[in-house]
Ligand binder design. Structure first.
Ligand code: SF4
Length: 226
């Protein structure tokens, strides 16, 4: 095969002198850059701190990492929001109804489905990242029958013991679904944030817009994905 399977390099062995995807409008955004401190208190009368939950399903945790990638602003974010159920707080179950829920990852097993359905404890449900929106990378298995996936992973992979003939099964293990589902196939989703992962500014601007009606304006660089 002479072509790179990922499409990042068109012809094997030959790289492009300029980064692939660079175009005139990449260099100059039509939107003016303005200073936006993502952790600044929204300028609304009667500011009220809100409660949010974050959930990680079938994904790589990259969307959560992106959400945290706001450096020291993170220290100020806690003045705006309290985290309830979240891998960030290690609170496993909702202890109250939340104003907003952010979901990373799609559903690949029955535990994901249950967790996602519990997220209806949030007034506004936002899914972030391609895995949550339509299944993303884990959904690559959707073109292969589940039985073949399990055989390849547990019986025939390079790390399998010779003569291995058992696919792990225990009542405590989550049951794998026939395919990977995007969140909106399981529950009603209010908003989606595309990207793999979405930029931290994109995520927090969406949160501030939905919770306090703060003006929403994204720079081109904040939602450019190629
Ligand atoms: S969308 Fe990308 S970054 Fe987010 S969980 Fe999926 S693979 Fe990871």
């Amino acid at each position: 095969m002479k072509l790179c399977p990922t499409g990042a390099i068109i012809v094997r062995g030959k790289s492009l002198s300029k980064p692939f995807g660079e175009r005139a409008f990449d260099l100059e955004s039509s939107q003016k850059h303005f200073h936006h401190n993502i952790a600044e208190k929204p300028k609304v009368a009667n500011f009220e701190k809100k409660t949010i939950a974050t959930v990680s399903l079938a994904g790589c945790f990259g969307c959560h990492m992106s959400m945290l990638d706001i450096d020291t602003d993170l220290l100020d974010i806690v003045e705006l929001v309290a985290f309830n159920k979240s891998p960030l707080t290690d609170i496993k179950t909702f202890t109250q109804r939340c104003h907003l829920g952010l979901v990373e990852g799609g559903c690949c097993n029955d535990e994901n489905i249950e967790t996602l359905k519990n997220s209806e404890m949030c007034d506004i449900l936002v899914v972030m990242g391609e895995c949550a929106v339509w299944g993303g990378l884990p959904a690559m298995r959707n073109t292969i029958p589940l039985g073949e996936c399990l055989e390849e992973a547990y019986l025939n992979s390079v790390t399998s013991e010779q003569g291995e003939n058992t696919v792990p099964y225990h009542e405590d293990l989550p049951k794998i679904l026939d395919r990977v589902y995007g969140c909106s196939e399981i529950v009603k989703v209010d908003y989606t944030i595309p990207g793999c992962p979405p930029s931290p500014n994109h995520i927090w601007k969406v949160v501030k817009n939905l919770l306090w009606g703060e003006d929403f304006s994204l720079l081109y660089s904040e939602f450019k994905y190629d």
